[in-house]
Design a protein around this ligand. Sequence first.
Ligand SMILES: Cc1ncc(C[n+]2csc(CCOP(=O)(O)OP(=O)(O)O)c2C)c(N)n1
Ligand SMILES: [Mg+2]
Length: 370
Amino acid sequence: MPKLPNPMPIATDDEVALDPADYARAEINASLKPKQKIGFLREMIRIRRFEQTSLKYYNQGVMGGFLHLYIGQEAVAVGTVSLLGKNDHVITAYRDHGHALAVGMGMNECMAELFGKATGCSRGKGGSMHFFAPDKNYWGGHGIVGGQTPLGLGLAYGLKYKGLKGCALCFMGDGAVNQGAYHESLNLAALWKLPVVYIIENNKYSMGTTLERSSAMRNCLAERADGYGIVWDIANGEDLYEVRAKTASAMRRAHDQSLPTVLEVDTYRYYGHSVADANAKKYRSPEEIERYKNHHDPIRLWKKRLIDEGVLTEADADAIDEAAKEEADTAAQFAIDSDTPAPETIFEDVYWEVDNKTEAGSTGKHFFSE
Ligand SMILES: Cc1ncc(C[n+]2csc(CCOP(=O)(O)OP(=O)(O)O)c2C)c(N)n1
Ligand SMILES: [Mg+2]
């Protein structure tokens, strides 16, 4: 069998420059105010500082469970989530801290969740992989690879059923594209014309396995959508303008035509699969990681872009960074000072809707309050 080409090779040193004339001019970006652009930088920095702080405490052994860091991928969550309206929903896998902060969850409730404290967003019973905020249309936080893809489809189905103009952004990894549930979801999304956007965050690895060793591909992972007649596209995940422009057109397709899209976003993670990844140093070289940090870091590139556009100074960026560090430290202290869940609450919130006597609990209609 001929060897399939790898269409998204690991970046090399000469792939440095972005063309500044590109997606900044897209309609969705051209109207942005400086304050909004700076806001995106702030959100990305907040996510990074939150995770760096959590890493420090994880390494001290004060947190249980896993810690899957999103560092390196921040422009994907911030760029996409920046487009959400009232009836748009988000669901993702276990690498969920970035999306959680991007939708507006507070650092305190997120940090406390990592520490397993009762003040955490899931009352300390979910941990890193299960951040949820139903009031922000954020549906987690799922540990089974690809398990969120039929749930994302269900969100989209619910929107169509209720006649609401909205969409579901369903995030997933490059490894999840090989799960059967994803393909079943694509089939129904196309068949029933559902407003779902599958966003494949292609960070090149599934645990310690490279993309080439896990996926049969022609030109890219998103191209598989052709098999279902679904429109697909690829975005450069280090460029927030491009992420926004391509997500916006997918969302428009969902809102205006009730049609699905598969959007693959080219990105990279700097840390191991999780912090407890024993093989972290075995499947890729330190030079590869350095190359991404030096030439493809989404925060650095966005900061440079805003400085070049004249809307930000180095001093502004430093102040944002300082504030984010402080906010993360304060959140860690909040988590440390918080109580662990009382043993007698162990069965509470397991089936939240039932415990809280919601419509969902009594009728089986989940996800929507109205
Ligand atoms: C059904 C299932 N199989 C295996 C695992 C173990 N597992 C956890 S994460 C992971 C890799 C997924 O990689 P990818 O989808 O690329 O997401 P990333 O971690 O890169 O964000 C695997 C195999 C699991 N959680 N669920
Ligand atoms: Mg991956």
